[in-house]
Design a protein around this ligand. Structure first.
Ligand code: DGL
Length: 247
């Protein structure tokens, strides 16, 4: 079983990390479009075009399944990727909704989705959560967290200022905070501290691992795995960050 993992850049490593812990696959091929990141500020047609180009890359690698780690791509390009691939293509939004449904028993729960502007504008989380009977949902674009994480800012003064900037006017404490962007799990400890322990954090990577287990019935199987990294620019930088983020 060869799994492809696609992201607009390095952020998808947070999803790859959770997937590696499952031992569901023998081989992992990660591709980040580092030359053209961020996708989260781009328009739909551009996101679709770049995503289809990435799909061509995964076809040459003959993957058995593709996980789209990027929320922005999952929001705009999942259907077109599926119709152009002859292997399953899974997106993190469906996984995140499944994980939220499993986490929150009360349909009145307040859910805050934080994501890139493009993901928020798509309202894919809201639509999916509505279908599951959740209606207390707010989606907020918190794009500044992306460059901060890329700079290695996971805590401290700058991040706290950004929390203030984005969340100061929140009038409620969310029951669940959906980390609807690949980069956000890296600041999850700081977010948890800010919102308090009553807020459940939904992490795309863990959600995807859960979906693979629940819906594809995959089981822990492979101990020795093969891991390859590819990027549209500066593969060395991607590998260096992978060493850091994946321990
Ligand atoms: N990977 C993107 C996402 O999860 C964040 C970075 C970007 O904007 O490309 O939405």
């Amino acid at each position: 079983m060869k799994l492809g993992v696609f992201d607009s850049g390095v952020g998808g490593l947070s999803v790859l990390k959770s997937l590696l812990q499952t031992h569901f696959f023998k081989e992992y091929i990660y591709y980040g479009d580092t030359a053209r990141v961020p996708y989260g500020v781009k328009d739909k047609n551009t996101i679709i075009k770049f995503s289809l180009e990435a799909l061509d890359f995964f076809k040459t690698k003959q993957v058995d399944m593709l996980v789209v780690a990027c929320n922005t791509v999952s929001a705009y390009a999942l259907e077109i990727l599926r119709s152009n691939a002859n292997f399953p293509v899974l997106g993190v939004i469906d996984a995140g909704i499944l994980a939220t449904k499993n986490t929150l028993l009360d349909k009145e729960s307040k859910i805050l989705v934080i994501a890139t502007k493009a993901t928020v504008d798509s309202h894919e989380y809201k639509k999916g959560l509505n279908k599951e009977g959740f209606f207390n949902i707010e989606e907020r674009a918190t794009g500044l967290f992306v460059p901060m994480v890329e700079e290695g800012i996971f805590q401290g003064y700058f991040l706290e200022s950004a929390f203030k900037y984005y969340f100061d006017n929140l009038t409620y404490i969310p029951d669940a905070l959906i980390l609807a962007c690949t980069h956000f799990p890296l600041i999850s400890s700081s977010l948890q501290q800010y919102f308090g322990n009553n807020t459940k954090l939904i992490h795309s990577g863990e959600a995807m691992a859960l979906q693979l287990k629940q819906e594809y019935d995959l089981r822990e199987k492979y101990k020795d795995i093969k891991l390859s990294f590819f990027a549209s620019s500066d593969e060395k930088k991607l590998r260096d960050i992978a060493k850091l983020w994946l321990d």
